[in-house]
Structures are given as structure tokens and as C-alpha cells.
Design a protein around this ligand. Structure first.
Ligand code: EPZ
Length: 418
């Protein structure tokens, strides 16, 4: 296992570009199962979760080839299998998104139930509810979901709770169903909108992008497509937070400002100075930080995937901050590690009270999940002395060469292979 060794205290400075969105890519890779023609993704990020999805597609007999450092060519063949194995699905729950496309394309799919993860139970009941509404026969056998449907039929689907991957899973299936599907309470996250755009480029007939009501007129087949993946909004937010916590002056490019409005506003409220353009944000610390209230929410609210990172920053904001996590039930795994670095945080259920401290001190810390690890990286960049972040495979799941990006901004960070 690798670790990062960070010697903190350097204000980051310079310009850095984000990679393509991990979460968009995972849905788009699943969508490639819907067509016998290839799907080409440009600005594709080389993160571990993408490698896992490549292995899942491989297990289904669908090829995925890197044609350049950031160009991934997918599919263009008939799946030769319709089972996504447990040993792969359990390492990355987003694999569950192959269920809808496989079912729609092949009439059958057997996908392992993803099970919980570090941040919560993460049920998939809404995914299954939507697919059953489209006429699928769904059974749970030996920890696997077995779904069958000779031809899916369009139908009304109303999600009890907003779900990003649930919306994407059912939407992809609906594209090849017979007749009209109306999805209500659809997720509004940008990754849903990006998937809709690519599905439309593939020939799908979808109305309502950007709203929580999607109407799909099923078609019999879909074409291939070429798509440039949007910049990763969470990586962008993480890099902005890195500049903020070190008191630096950094411009992050390759992002989509509309996808970051809540993060930009919160950083301003904390006391950072931000200059914004549609595809870039410059952040500087020109005065003291201030404690604030943060409550995670569905898009366009403050994203849960930025909660751990903003907490690290608030550890150094004078006064009190109140941070409430409303999406996942166990997404404070970073708190105990931040406390070991001198942070003053009290957790009460889904709310954390943070008292700003004068400084953090470097320590050996353990990464537990993707965004908690990012939080520890940020704390290490600001801490006095050395921080060793262990188990950085968590970070590699969702950040493409993050230590190179941070080092290019002046950070003293190196990867050590344990
Ligand atoms: C997506 O996960 C993202 N992952 C997550 O990013 C992100 O945190 C999450 O959306 C919320 O924005 C990918 O896109 C690959 P949800 P998803 O279903 O779709 C409940 C990261 O760090 N729920 O929108 O799985 C569930 O209990 C990852 O990049 C049901 O109850 O999240 C949980 O509380 C982490 N039944 C909440 O919704 C269901 O059938 C999760 O929201 C589905 C979800």
C-alpha cells in the first residue's frame, strides 16, 4: 500500500487543471452497454474506479481501450456475458449501474448487490423499484440481483428519495424500453445532466434535462457517440480548498462554474477571495477565515462529497462552525483523524461542531474512504511538520495523480510505496 508524506506549511500558488469527472465517467461507461457502436470519452480521468469499471465491462465481454492518455474507447461489441461478479462490484458500488443497461440491451442481468460501504448502508431499493416499474422481473438470489425482461415497457416511475445512480440506472434502461417512461423525483446532479446529453447524442429521446421530471420515449437501438467529459467538480472543489487552507493563490481551470456555485459561495462566506470565470476560479486568502454553518444537500446545495474537505478548512477558522451531513449516515470518518492532528471537533449524530484552532500538527493518519482521505491531505498541507497519509488507494479511486497536481503548486508531497 502507498502512503503520502506531506510537509505542510507551503502556501500553494499557480494554476492547475482538473481531470474529467469520475462520477460522470462511471455512468457513461455503463451507458456504452446500450449500443453496439463504440463510445469515445475524451478528457477521461485515469482513476482507479475507472479501471474497476473497465474490468467490469471486460467481464461482460465489452472492450475498453485507452487510445491516448485521456481518451477511452468503449464497447462496439455485443456483451458476451450478463453477470457482474461480486468480487468486482463490492470494490465499487457504482458497478451496480450496469444493471439497467444490461437488462435493456440483453433482456437479462445478474449483478451482485453492492452492499454497504464506509459512509453508509447505501441501499439500492429505488434502482430496483424503477426497473420493476419498467416490467423487469427482479429476484434476490445469493446476494445477487437477477433481473429479466424480454422487452422493457415504458411506465411512470416515482422515486421515494432522490438518488443519482438510481436515476441514471433507470434512465438508461428506459431509453430502450417500448413506449414512454416518466421519471419523477429524478436527481438534479450534473452527472445526470451529462449522461442525458450523451444518451441524446446516442439517439435517445429524453425531455426534461435539468429538472426532476424526465420523459423518455423508448427507441429500438442507440448509436455510438464521442463526448468530452466535464471537469470533475469535486476535484475542483478539493483543489480550491487546498489553496484556501494553505493561504495560497491558485487558479483552478477546466471546471464548470455552474456546477460549483454552492462551494464558491461557501468559500467566500468563510473569508476567501474568489475571482470566477465560466471555466476557472482563482482563490486567494487575503484576510482571516471565519466559522460558518454548512449543511450538505442535493444539487444545487452544498455537495456531500465536499463535506470532509470543507471540514478540514474550518478546523482553522476562528470561532465555531456547524457542519451537518444530511445525505449519508456515517460520513464523519475523517473526524477522528483530524482530531489526532489537533482539530477541535465534537460530533453529535449527523452534526459536527468545529472550534477553530491556531494550527494543526502533522501526524500519521489513516485514510478510510475517498473524500475523508482528501480531507486528511488538505489538513497535512496546512499542518506543521510531516503528515503520513496511509492507504492512499482510497484517494487514487477518485483523484488522478493528485500528488503531481499539488506538487506543481508548490506542495511538499511525495508518494512512498510501503
Ligand atoms: C452518487 O452516489 C455519487 N457516486 C456519490 O459520490 C455521491 O456522494 C452521491 O451520489 C450523492 O451525491 C457516483 O455517482 C458514482 P444517492 P449514489 O443514491 O448515487 C439513499 C464520491 O465520493 N438511497 O444519490 O449512490 C442512500 O441511503 C461518491 O464520489 C436509497 O435510500 O448516491 C443514501 O443515503 C460517494 N435508496 C443516499 O440515498 C436507493 O435506492 C445516497 O444518494 C438509493 C439511494
Amino acid at each position: 500500500m502507498d502512503r503520502f508524506v506531506i510537509r505542510g506549511g507551503v502556501p500553494l500558488a499557480g494554476t492547475v487543471s482538473v481531470s474529467g469527472s469520475k462520477n460522470s465517467m462511471l455512468a457513461l461507461m455503463a451507458a456504452s452497454l446500450l449500443s453496439e457502436e463504440p463510445v469515445l470519452l475524451q478528457n477521461a480521468a485515469r482513476v482507479h474506479d475507472v479501471s474497476t469499471m473497465i474490468r467490469i465491462l471486460g467481464a461482460l465481454g465489452v472492450e475498453a481501450v485507452w487510445e491516448a492518455d485521456d481518451v477511452l474507447r468503449l464497447g462496439g461489441s455485443e456483451p458476451t456475458a450478463t453477470e457482474a461478479p461480486y468480487d468486482l462490484v463490492r470494490t465499487m458500488r457504482a458497478s451496480f449501474m450496469v444493471l439497467g443497461p444490461l437488462l435493456a440491451r440483453c433482456g437479462h442481468a445478474r449483478v451482485s448487490l453492492p452492499g454497504g460501504c464506509a459512509i453508509g448502508a447505501r441501499p439500492v431499493d429505488q434502482h430496483l423499484k424503477g426497473l420493476e416499474a419498467l416490467g423487469a422481473k427482479v429476484e434476490l438470489v445469493g446476494g445477487y440481483v437477477e433481473a429479466r425482461a424480454s422487452r422493457l415497457r415504458g411506465a411512470p416511475v416515482v422515486f421515494d428519495t432522490s438518488t443519482v445512480n438510481g436515476t441514471q440506472n433507470v434512465l438508461m434502461a428506459a431509453c430502450l424500453a417500448e413506449g414512454q417512461t416518466r421519471i419523477q423525483n429524478a436527481a438534479l446532479e450534473p452527472e445526470v445532466g451529462e449522461l442525458i446529453g450523451v444518451l441524446q447524442a446516442m439517439g435517445a429521446r429524453i425531455e426534461g434535462a435539468g429538472t426532476d421530471q424526465l420523459t423518455v420515449e423508448g427507441v429500438t437501438r442507440l448509436k455510438g457517440a464521442t463526448h468530452r467529459v466535464a471537469g470533475d467538480r469535486i476535484e475542483a472543489g478539493t483543489l480550491l480548498a487546498a489553496a484556501a487552507i494553505t493561504g495560497g493563490d491558485v487558479t483552478v481551470t477546466g471546471l464548470c462554474l455552474d456546477q460549483l456555485a454552492s462551494v464558491v459561495e461557501k468559500l467566500r462566506e468563510i473569508g476567501l477571495e474568489l475571482d470566477t470565470r465560466p471555466d476557472r476560479v482563482r482563490v486567494r486568502r487575503t484576510g482571516p477565515l471565519r466559522g460558518v454553518r454548512v449543511t450538505t444537500a442535493r444539487f444545487p446545495g452544498f455537495p456531500t462529497d465536499m463535506q470532509a474537505q470543507i471540514m478540514a478548512l474550518l478546523c482553522l477558522a476562528p470561532g465555531s462552525s456547524v457542519l451537518t451531513e444530511t445525505i449519508f449516515e456515517n460520513r464523519f470518518m475523517h473526524v477522528s483523524e483530524l482530531q489526532r492532528m489537533g482539530a477541535d471537533i465534537t460530533v453529535n449524530g449527523r452534526t459536527a461542531i468545529i472550534q477553530g484552532v491556531a494550527g494543526l500538527s502533522g501526524a500519521p493518519v489513516m485514510a478510510t474512504d475517498l473524500r475523508a482521505s482528501a480531507s486528511l491531505l488538505l489538513a497535512g498541507l496546512a499542518a506543521r511538520g510531516d503528515t503520513h497519509v496511509m492507504r492512499v488507494y482510497h484517494i487514487d479511486r477518485g483523484y488522478d495523480r493528485i500528488e503531481q497536481k499539488l506538487a506543481s503548486l508548490g506542495a511538499r508531497i511525495r508518494r512512498i510505496r510501503d
